[in-house]
Design a protein around this ligand. Structure first.
Ligand SMILES: C[S@@+](CC[C@H](N)C(=O)[O-])C[C@H]1O[C@@H](n2cnc3c(N)ncnc32)[C@H](O)[C@@H]1O
Length: 248
């Protein structure tokens, strides 16, 4: 690989799923922030803003692409496997968003294609204090997933930008297929990264216009907020915006 080539990443639509599991197995999970995004936490704790946005207080929520790494830095495979057998990590995990929505009253299902991430996420979720709503991560491919119930709310953060750009229209189609066809249904997108080189990723650059092109037939924005500099994620730079879409 030349110095200017993008980092090795699962970008081939036919083979990229194996690439994600390899990232998990290698513990190459540089995207992990160690917690839910602060802007999402702040929003969900604000009853006035969530009422304006029409966030449901019950029903089913869905978080695609939410597996759990064991540690935030690379570990050799044998140590990583040992950690999987041992007590769950409490410091670095990615059942966070599943846990967060469940603590706001929604029965929440996470989905990840990488089995390693799913096992660890469920261990972590089980280790957390009791919640009133269900929280579970299932293993599966977002593009083939058949839920028992259609969802009242879907949350996308660093999932769309992780997909090969050629799959974006399929992502938008699936968002409509997986959600209830009702005006009370919400899609929460933490848009990221809203700048950068469109050819290098993941994360692959997105634009607000592209979100509207992808979602505009089925969804319209009811609430949005650009994320200020001091609240942005760590790691690869990119502007961010939290947006809530209602099903038309
Ligand atoms: C960049 S990570 C983002 C994780 C999490 N959303 C976060 O904010 O930290 C993308 C995740 O999507 C998962 N993934 C990729 N393609 C998928 C697919 N088709 N179905 C389900 N999960 C997928 C990967 O295994 C990986 O865990």
């Amino acid at each position: 690989m030349s110095a200017s080539a993008p980092p090795a990443a699962p970008t081939d639509p036919k083979r990229y799923i194996d690439g994600w599991e390899k990232k998990w197995v290698d513990n190459n999970i540089h995207w992990d922030q160690g917690k839910s995004h602060g802007a999402l936490v702040k929003f969900l704790n604000d009853d006035t803003e969530t009422a304006k946005a029409g966030i449901p207080k019950g029903g089913w929520a869905f978080v695609p692409g939410c597996g759990q790494p064991l540690v935030g830095t690379a570990l050799p495979a044998e140590k990583r496997k040992a950690r999987l057998r041992g007590p769950p990590s409490t410091a670095n995990n990615q059942g966070y968003d599943v846990d967060l929505f469940a603590r706001h009253g929604l029965d929440t299902i996470g989905l990840d294609v990488a089995p390693t991430g799913v096992v660890a996420a469920n261990k972590w979720l089980e280790s957390q204090p009791p919640r009133n709503a269900r929280a579970l991560v299932q293993q599966g491919d977002f593009f083939a997933y058949k839920p028992d119930e259609l969802f009242d709310l879907i949350y996308d953060y660093t999932f769309l930008c992780a997909l090969p750009p050629a799959m974006r229209k399929d992502w938008a189609r699936r968002m409509a297929e997986l959600s209830k066809d009702a005006p009370s249904t919400r899609l929460v997108t933490l848009m990221y990264p809203l700048n950068g080189d469109p050819n290098i990723g993941p994360p692959f650059r997105l634009t607000e216009e592209e979100y509207h092109e992808l979602l505009g037939d089925e969804w319209e924005i009811t609430w949005e907020r650009a994320i200020p500099e001091d609240e942005k994620r760590k790691g690869p730079p990119g502007d961010e915006k939290l947006a809530v879409w209602k099903r038309k």
